[in-house]
Write a protein that binds this ligand. Sequence first.
Ligand code: SF4
Length: 313
Amino acid sequence: MNEVTPIESPEGRPARVRKPDWIRVRAPTSKGFNETRKLMRDLNLNTVCEEAACPNIGECWTKKHATVMILGDVCTRACAFCNVKTGMPRVVDLKEPQHVADAAAQMGLQHIVITSVDRDDLADGGASQFVKVIEALRRTTPDTTIEILTPDFRNKHEAAVEAIVTARPDVYNHNLETVPRLYPTIRPGARYYASLRLLETVKRLDPSIFTKSGVMLGLGEERLEVHQVMDDMRSADVDFLTMGQYLQPTPRHTKVIDFVTPKAFDAYAAIARAKGFLQVASSPLTRSSYHAGEDFAEMRAAREAKLARQAAR
Ligand code: SF4
């Protein structure tokens, strides 16, 4: 089990788990924050920063970093950890790809992260909208590097992934989210090995695209289970691992079982590096897209250094 900070009830049972000091973040108020919010509203764009109630929104939006969530703000799944609304989504916005590109241009982004809700209602799961967004970005801001964070495209993953890989994003991210034992309760609509296969498929189709995946900690996973997830990712040749603390967005979402200490996050990071990931981000406030631009630059440099070492042998 991870390191825990429980508060015990008088009977000695863990009554609730207190949010430790290292999780607290400042309220989101700054000129940059307000400008980012206005731009998203003006271009009719949703962000996962808001929809997922991300704790880093104050920091990221102040620096004009936002993760755009395409294909609407209503998801066809109901994962126990996620704050995004569930229901029947609206029709796809055909202007959205250009609006995303306009946002990247106006914010002067060197690196952009695009994600989406799950769209099990669409024949291609929404893959063609990802492709259109990548194409609009390449036309409008050709120097911006593109990271996409996709759903699992359940039952259509091969064709959907192939279409997106052909559009050539720089980074393809798909999160495993948790250890396989917890899937039935945490991610009931998904299959662990299908998600792993998706990551494997990206690398098989185009080894030059960086692959990335992440897990949330604090959901009751065991340490050795986390190590096994790392091994599974490495066997799928995943380049970049992110690990962050799960936070319960509302009382109706799954509870935090434990708060993993910053020291334990560092220990996980050391193990992950030893297992061969090119890049590892591991801290309580790490999220898939947190510091994504800086991490991408480091990962690209790490790959170049690795290739140079191999060539010198
Ligand atoms: S970490 Fe990602 S989701 Fe959270 S505020 Fe920053 S860009 Fe948005």
